[in-house]
Design a protein around this ligand. Structure first.
Ligand SMILES: [Zn+2]
Length: 286
């Protein structure tokens, strides 16, 4: 079956709705051909600089979605202005920062969906990749780095490091670190322990590799597939400035709930004044 994300469905529905609105608007202006009624939507959309920006952003999305249409840009002047686009356009409103982080990827099914959503909104996030997956799908890690997202070390094969010898821990962390360095052109400065399993010995070995442990402030439990709404609500209920959110773009048979949640969260968080940022090299928190 053709895999269409919920975000994709949402976009298509938006386009369908907008098309209906446009048809109605055209019919309306035809039925009442006063100059004012024809010109007013254009004037309204172009009068405010934010509205123009937002309209351009939406027109870009639509032309991207219905690229087989004859002249998609002709719809631009009378599009409604999405709130998230307005929030983005006024950078002063994004006064708080949130860090979305994704573990266990890259995954060829779900990682591209998440990266595309981030790119669409100009948002950033961080990816703690497993070496075995990065080796199979290196282009996804390269794309994350190219976008300005942070790529961190999540070990080569995702073991509980506390069960391993020091030399095995060194290999697990070091091998992934080397591959990430090769793919991104920069050595990762952050790592995250699989299963949250760490002790002073493990942390010390990572420090020797010049990597700081990065945990999280909110665990969405998305890997347990609690439902898209639950994932979204767990983030929104705990919302605070500087929050680090744990999500997963790989490691299970489906991450569709995570993708759908991210599609909801990005505009919600922006509307709430949050800048979605990549983790700084020094990490956040303890
Ligand atoms: Zn993991």
């Amino acid at each position: 079956m053709h895999k269409l994300s919920m975000a994709g469905v949402g976009r298509l529905r938006t386009v369908a709705t907008l098309t209906a609105v446009l048809v109605a608007a055209c019919a309306s202006t035809t039925a009442h051909p006063s100059p004012l009624s024809i010109r007013s939507p254009t004037v309204a959309a172009s009068a405010h600089p934010l509205a123009t920006l937002a309209s351009k952003a939406l027109a870009k999305r639509i032309s991207h979605t219905v690229d087989d249409g004859p002249t998609p840009t002709t719809t631009r002047p009378i599009l409604p202005v999405p709130l998230a686009a307005l929030a983005r356009a006024t950078s002063k409103r994004l006064t708080k920062t949130i860090y979305l982080t994704f573990d266990d990827g890259p995954d060829p099914a779900w990682t591209p969906e998440i990266i595309s959503l981030l790119e669409e909104y100009g948002a950033h996030a961080s990816f703690f990749v497993i070496g075995e997956n990065a080796k199979r799908w290196p282009a996804l890690v390269e794309r994350e780095a190219r976008d300005g997202d942070t790529v961190g070390d999540h070990t080569w094969s995702h073991p509980a490091l506390t069960n391993l010898s020091d030399s095995a821990v060194y290999v697990e962390l070091g091998r992934d670190r080397n591959l990430v360095t090769t793919l991104t052109g920069e050595a990762p400065t952050l790592w995250r322990p699989p299963y949250e399993a760490f002790n002073t010995s493990v942390v010390g070995i990572a420090s020797g590799l010049r990597m700081k442990m990065q945990l999280w402030s909110v665990d969405t439990g998305d890997w347990q597939l609690p439902g898209t709404e639950v994932i979204v609500l767990r983030v929104m209920a705990a919302l605070h400035n500087g929050m680090v959110v744990l999500l997963h773009d790989g490691g299970g048979y489906t991450r569709s709930e995570t993708v759908a949640a991210v599609a909801v969260l990005i505009p919600e968080l922006e509307a709430a004044g949050y800048l979605l940022a990549a983790l700084p090299s020094a990490g956040i928190g303890r």
